[in-house]
Structures are given as structure tokens and as C-alpha cells.
Design a protein around this ligand. Sequence first.
Ligand SMILES: Cc1cc2nc3c(=O)[nH]c(=O)nc-3n(C[C@H](O)[C@H](O)[C@H](O)COP(=O)(O)OP(=O)(O)OC[C@H]3O[C@@H](n4cnc5c(N)ncnc54)[C@H](O)[C@@H]3O)c2cc1C
Length: 378
Amino acid sequence: MIGIIGGGITGIATAYELAKLGEDVVVFEKRFFGSGSTFRCASGIRAQFTDEANIRLMKYTIERWKKLGEELGHDVHFRQTGYLFLATSEEEVEAFKENIRLQNKLGVPTKLIDMDEAKEIVPPLNTEPFLAGAWNPEDGKASPFHALYAYKKAAEELGVKFYEYTPVVGLERLDGSWLIKTERGDFKVDVIVNAANAWAPQINAMAGLDVVPIKPIKHQIIKTEPIKRGQIEPLVCPPSWNDSYVIQDGEDGGVMCGTGLEYPSSPDDFTPTYEFAREVLKWVVRIVPALKHVHVVRQWAGHYAKTPDNNPAIGKLAEGFYIAAGFSGHGFMMAPAVGQAMAELIVKGRSKVPLDWEWFDPRRFERGELRKSAFQIG
Ligand SMILES: Cc1cc2nc3c(=O)[nH]c(=O)nc-3n(C[C@H](O)[C@H](O)[C@H](O)COP(=O)(O)OP(=O)(O)OC[C@H]3O[C@@H](n4cnc5c(N)ncnc54)[C@H](O)[C@@H]3O)c2cc1C
């Protein structure tokens, strides 16, 4: 029996993949499924990273996203609507060119575009402040809600047991197995997967494995009323404008807006701030001025679970104890590959997913080894 702690997209995708390999799996979620970061995310999926490990992983993951709805028997609303990064200085254009060279070398078709092309892709874009764009039409978005429930339904059909509103409150190492203590009683399992993301350090501490420095950092989004489809379908982000971004929701057409205003906080603090609303609006109306005329209908907060190098911790921490957590602002997009890689690692000891285990090694922090910071937006 394998026990997964955390019912976000990572835990549930891993449960599904383990069940596909014939394992008995149980998933514990302390609130409702998706209530952590997953249902609070901006839905974006991109291979436009700036290091080989993340580009390779995301190139593979996008291939999985393409077929995911068909595999799970439920549309996950994956659409290749692209990501458009915008440069505001010559130095940034040069940095974009360097990233594009690396992405192209790894088979990702990003290209540098001018502002006429950008305007065709995003009709209401304010092109005036920008010199060039980095455009990958293969990036995209999917519905966190449909993706999570598609995985859960498919996992249930394969026999996975799900416990909602069931916090794990303690762990005990037995001889060759683990005891997971919950408010519904104790469960004996052979293997534990810590998929608790912003709460992962609490789970590690229960196991006496307090070695992965993950910090919950509150991030927020405001969302507008729906606008005409096809206006801001890609995620659009000028990184030098405090990593601010806009993206039209793939389902209802509202515009989600984010910016890099970070608040270190408890992972249970979901209170939005007025300061964020003011800050994000200041930036996004410069990207798309027409947004001035659109109503804001929602604001919410969630957490980037951040490691010191913004790369997640993925792998084995101890005998029978694995972790996939600390995904910063890019864990939704990675889940199909991470779930598969984790399941294959646990069951077969190796995986065909091009996941660089050394890069994401959860023990790297203890050794004082940081990777190049993963490119984070928002
Ligand atoms: C504002 C915002 C925008 C984002 N935008 C994007 C984006 O565009 N693209 C992208 O890829 N990513 C994005 N992210 C990041 C993304 O949301 C996360 O990386 C991803 O959802 C992580 O999924 P997860 O399953 O690992 O964690 P979570 O969804 O956080 O799941 C962890 C679960 O563990 C549960 N848990 C905690 N403690 C316990 C316990 N003791 N017992 C049982 N269960 C427990 C929690 O309740 C939670 O549901 C964004 C995040 C935020 C906040």
C-alpha cells in the first residue's frame, strides 16, 4: 500500500500513475481536493524556461498534456495558446535570444517576434513600451479543476481510495513500513509520498526528515469579468515589470492578472490584500490598457511553495519516503510528468520521463548545492 499525503494535482496525478502500475494507493487530503495551490493557480503551461532540466521536462510534459484528456476520459481543457514574454530593453532582448537558442536546441520552437506580430496574437496589447517578444505557440493552459477531477476519477476507477477532510497528524516508522496517523485512524503503508507542497515541511518534520527548506509565499490573482474570446489567449508577461502577467481563462474568458508581489506567510493564510490589487492593476493596464474598462470580479490568494533555487524537490528522501513538493509558480504544468516519474521511480526504480533527478534532488540543500534559479513568473 502506498500513502500519498496531499490531494493537489501532484498527489492525485501520482496516485493515478501508481494505480496504472498496479499499486494499491490511498490519498489523504486535509481540506477538499485542489484546495491548496492547485485551484488557485493561473492555469499556465510553458516550456519557456531558462535551464535545460526544466525545458526538457516541460517539453515532455506538454506532449503528455496534449493526450491527457483522451487518456483520462475527460476534457482537461488543454489548449496551445502560447506564452508571450515581452522585452523592455536591449539587454533583455539579448537575454531572450540566449534563452531562445537554448530552447530551440532542445526542440522547443520559441522565436523572437516584433510588435506587429505580437499585436496579431494579442489584439488589445499596448505595443509601445516593448522592443520584442519571445513567443512559443506550443505553450498553453489547461483547467486546474477539470484536470484534477479527471485524474481523480480515472484513479478511482483503478481502485485508488481518497480521503477528503482527513489531515495527516503524525507519522511513525515501523519495521519496513510506515504508520500514517490521521483523524480517521491509523493506516499502515509501505511507502509514503509527501505531495503536500507548501505544507511539505510539516510532513517531513513528522517523519524526522526536516531537510528540505520549502517556504510558503503568498501570491495572488485578480480576475475580471469575461471579455470577448481571442483577445488575451496566451499568457502575456513582461518579466521586467515585476513579472506581471495577464491570461484569459480558457473556460469563461475572464482575465487573470498577477504580479510578483510576495508575502511570506503561513500556508493556511489565504487572505487577499488591497495592496496587491492596487499593484497588479497598475501593471496590467499598461500591458492591455482596455482592461481599465473591465470590472474586477474576484481576487484570491494561494501559495508558491518556494525552495531557495525555485526548483522543486523531487525524489527519495529515505527508505519508503518520497517527496514531490516545492513547485514555486510552476507545479500545475509539471504534474503529468512528475506524477509519472514518481510512480515509475517508486515501482521500477527508474523512469522514462526525462526528469533530471540530480537537478531536483531533495537532498541538494543539505549539501549546500543550489541549482540555477528556475524562471518564475508572477
Ligand atoms: C497565484 C498562483 C498562480 C499560479 N500559477 C501557476 C501557473 O500558471 N502554472 C503552474 O504550473 N503553476 C502555477 N502555480 C503553482 C501551482 O498552483 C502549484 O505549483 C501546484 O498547484 C502544486 O500542486 P501540488 O499538488 O503539489 O500542491 P497543492 O495543490 O498545494 O496540494 C497540496 C495539498 O496538500 C494538502 N495537505 C497539506 N497538509 C496536509 C496534511 N497534513 N494532511 C493531508 N493533506 C495535507 C493541502 O491541503 C493541499 O491540498 C500558481 C500558484 C499560485 C498561488
